[in-house]
Ligand binder design. Structure first.
Ligand code: R5P
Length: 261
């Protein structure tokens, strides 16, 4: 692997554990001011020391994150649709030149397998990889799930494999029953999204199950920043991802940290 590419991947996936806790705060790019992210800086600042990388758009990076941060950035470069329109009709919103100017560790784009715009988003991924690889920038492919798609191992396995075949360096998907099969069929590292906010204990169980099934980490948003105790939550998730603690131990960590100032 090209040195620059390898080095950037190592900024996203910690070489000492082979795992990563990415903090996803890119939701506003199609959802607007999502609950918990109304004032992005306020949400991001306390969590930044505990995130191995931050996934967000250039607009929120520029306005809501200090330029002197050492936290690696995975820049979302796809969008152009909203929750009111056809979500799968995304295009590229941000150039590679801009990504380089922002000194990012990687770029991210969503693919919509099985949707009306499947082909455009898959070719969009290929184009992005062709361009990003010229500069040694890794691409994270997000397997977006439309309302009608089943979140099962067959469908997610298909999406992850296609993303890897097209050259994605990391794939982000959803956890599902039989997740080992999804991992087995995907030759590049997989991180999982957290999905809608659930009870903290359940979200920790989800992270644990994903890691046990072979995911190399999480790219979690709402289950961290919509928690009443986001710092305690991200620290508990870290313990699962990097220290291989049990769900009970992680929940104890969450409970013992939640009232810390
Ligand atoms: C969706 O495409 C976005 O990338 C979200 O950031 C992603 O789904 C992760 O966030 P959450 O853990 O809230 O699902």
């Amino acid at each position: 692997m090209d040195w620059g590419l390898k080095n950037r991947v190592a900024r996203i996936i910690r070489p000492d554990t082979g795992h990563t806790v990415m903090l996803a705060v890119d939701h506003g790019y199609f959802l607007g001011p999502t609950s918990g992210l109304e004032v992005p800086r306020k949400t991001i600042e306390p969590l930044l020391p505990y995130a191995d990388s931050l996934m967000l758009t250039r607009g929120i990076l520029r306005t809501s994150v200090d330029g002197n941060t050492s936290t690696p950035i995975v820049l979302r470069v796809s969008g152009g649709t909203s929750i009111l329109g056809t979500l799968s009709n995304e295009g590229i919103t941000t150039t590679i030149k801009e990504a380089i100017r922002l000194n990012v560790a990687g770029v991210a784009l969503s693919i919509f397998v099985g949707s009306e715009h499947e082909k455009e988003t898959l070719l969009g991924l290929s184009d992005l990889i062709n361009e990003a690889e010229e500069y040694g920038i890794p691409v994270l492919a997000v397997t977006a799930v439309g309302k009608d798609m089943a979140r099962d191992a067959r469908y997610l396995g298909l999406c992850c494999r296609i993303a890897a075949e097209l050259g994605a360096h990391i794939v982000k998907t959803y956890y599902c029953e039989g997740f080992e099969e999804v991992v087995r069929g995907c030759p590049v590292p997989i991180v999982i999204a957290g999905g809608k906010k659930i009870e903290e204990g359940d979200a920790l169980q989800l992270a644990y199950d994903a890691i046990q099934s072979g995911a190399i980490g999480v790219d979690m948003g709402r289950n961290i920043f919509q928690s009443e105790h986001p710092v305690a939550m991200i620290r508990a998730v870290r313990a699962i991802v990097h220290k291989n603690v049990s769900v009970n131990e992680a929940f104890e960590i969450f409970n013992s940290l939640k009232n810390e100032k």
